[in-house]
Design a binder for this molecule. Structure first.
Ligand code: FAD
Ligand code: NAI
Length: 465
């Protein structure tokens, strides 16, 4: 057998790659991870999940103080924004967590190969001028921002920015135009709206948040409008012109019609992300991409090339950190000769605005395509904890198979929907029926009782509505 430098070499240290490397090392594989960024943790820790949540969390407090939510509970405050400090705590969070991964690499004896890796052959990569060989190579190179043709992002300029630039703004924009009413647009649009910007979201489709259940998408539109965002749905951007630190965004109805020009101090382009495969040298190993530019794998995360595996945003499926992490564990276990599995039917998704929007499993629309379903909705207004906390918005919706009662999907809009959805995911992983959830004792008073009540509603017997 050939003598390799490593049993496992992972390309990319995002949540997919760093988790694969650590699990591989835990399982006794001699492991290295190549990462070109200056810090580990990938998009998620450096410019994604973590910094966006740091700003969402801080701006939520500011908003609660400013919009009267605190005053209504007897706390009178007049907030004053110190954006430098708010941005400082974001940077601290990133520094702490990325440094934590470096510590974990050392602890688990994972070698960090600093630089971008390029394939020479299926068992050899070049990183920073050095050649390294491995019996198994996992591609975990993640994704980057999808460009909008004709619109040039210039994060340093601070006028037309992508998500990375929108995290780094040093001043609250007077007017912000967000192109794309998806997860990034709504999360980062919310941050800057809360801090004082007038935010207009331009979305090509007829509703926000594609991929979520239609009831959730419609409700999202109402909630964000109520919070003060202007929404231009079924609208396309035809041009962005930057002059002297501001922009003019030309939009028109998606179906065609009269153009309108929107003034903006900052334009956020958030129309999706694309897999990172440029410069990897995939042609050297004969690995082709699918029509969406992704690397296809089998159930075990193996590619068509023996010894080459792929996980995370670079392969099909939702571009989510926890999906990448679970695939990282599974691929390392498969490489080590164990059985690593990810149930792609049960991957929760959460939008961390206020309220949060969360879902797992099928939408009602998708479930109906497969057969007869029963659905039940329970409003958060009827949940004692949400009502007491002055959090009236939202609902829980349970979708179950009409014949077997098996839960097919759960959707929540609630202040803590991201936390609530975990129990739904676990129940679905165990093949729960709505009756199983309805007869599970839930602590009172909690927001999670709304999941129980929605499940009770499948058989027509919720208590509090
Ligand atoms: P990545 O995290 O993209 O990591 C890939 C790494 O590979 C990068 O560090 C890159 O530098 C490196 N790399 C690329 N090519 C090479 C090469 N040739 N050699 C060496 N290294 C290479 N997801 C959630 O689940 N929850 C959230 O709250 C959330 N918030 C987000 C907020 C924003 C603003 C953004 C942009 C994304 C967010 N995401 C969120 C998505 C999440 O960040 C991604 O799904 C996740 O990071 C994907 O993990 P990954 O390991 O596949 O790739
Ligand atoms: P997205 O796919 O969520 O939303 C993009 C939106 O832009 C869609 O609604 C789409 O219809 C719209 N769009 C596309 N082209 C357009 C155009 N020309 N004009 C107007 N609208 C247009 O992508 P987004 O928000 O960029 O996020 C990328 C990925 O990052 C997502 O897939 C998501 O999984 C991940 N992410 C996850 C987060 C979370 O889990 N909380 C937070 C942020 C990102």
């Amino acid at each position: 057998m050939a003598d390799y430098d490593y049993d496992l070499l992972v390309i990319g240290a995002g949540p997919g790659g760093y988790v694969a490397a650590i699990r591989g090392a835990q399982l006794g594989l001699k492991t290295a991870c190549a990462e070109g960024r200056e810090t580990l943790g990938g998009t998620c820790l450096n410019v994604g999940c973590i910094p966006s949540k740091a700003l969402l969390h801080a701006s939520e407090y500011f908003d609660a103080a400013k919009n009267g939510a605190m005053a209504s509970m007897g706390i009178k405050v007049t907030p004053e924004l110190d954006l430098d400090t708010m941005q400082g705590q974001r940077k601290d969070a990133v520094q702490g967590l990325t440094g934590g991964i470096e510590f974990l690499f050392k602890k688990n004896k994972v070698d960090w190969l600093k630089g971008y890796a390029t394939f020479k052959d299926a068992h050899t990569v070049e990183v920073n001028g050095e050649t390294k060989t491995a019996k198994n190579i996992v591609i975990a190179t993640g994704s980057s921002v999808t460009p909008l043709p004709g619109v040039t992002v210039d994060n340093a300029g601070g006028v037309v920015v992508d998500s990375t630039g929108a995290l780094e703004l040093t001043k609250v924009p007077g007017k912000m135009v967000v192109i794309g009413g998806g997860v990034i647009g709504l999360e980062l649009g919310s941050v800057w709206r809360r801090l004082g910007a007038e935010v207009t979201v331009v979305e090509y489709l007829d509703q926000l948040l594609p991929g979520m259940d239609m009831d959730v998408r419609k409700e999202a539109g109402k909630i964000f409008k109520k919070q003060g965002m202007a929404l231009k749905l079924k609208t396309k951007v035809t041009g962005v012109e930057v002059t002297g630190g501001a922009a003019k965004v030309t939009v028109e109805p998606a179906a065609g019609g009269d153009a309108e020009v929107l003034d903006a101090d900052v334009v956020l382009v958030a129309i999706g992300r694309k897999p990172n495969t440029d410069g990897l040298g995939l042609d050297k190993i004969g690995l082709e991409l699918n029509a969406r530019g992704q690397i296809e794998t089998d159930h075990d995360f193996g590619t068509k090339v023996d010894g080459v595996w792929a996980i995370g945003d670079v392969i099909p499926g939702p571009m989510l950190a926890h999906k990448a992490e679970d695939e990282g564990i599974a691929v390392a276990e498969n490489i080590a000769g164990l059985t690593g599995i990810v149930n792609h039917d049960v991957i929760p998704g959460v939008v961390y605005t206020q309220p949060e929007f969360a879902g797992v499993g099928l939408t009602e629309e998708a479930a109906k395509e497969r057969g007869k379903v029963k659905t039940s909705k329970f409003p958060m207004l009827a949940n004692s904890r949400a009502k007491t906390n002055h959090e009236p918005d939202g609902f829980v919706k349970v979708i179950a198979d009409a014949e077997t009662d098996r839960v097919l999907g759960v959707w929540c809009i609630a202040s803590v929907a991201g936390t609530m959805i975990a129990q739904a995911a676990q129940a679905m992983e165990f093949g729960a029926t709505s009756e199983d959830i309805a007869y599970t004792c839930h602590a009172h008073p909690t927001h999670s009782e709304a999941i129980k009540e929605a499940a009770m509603g499948i058989s027509g017997k919720p208590i509090h509505i």
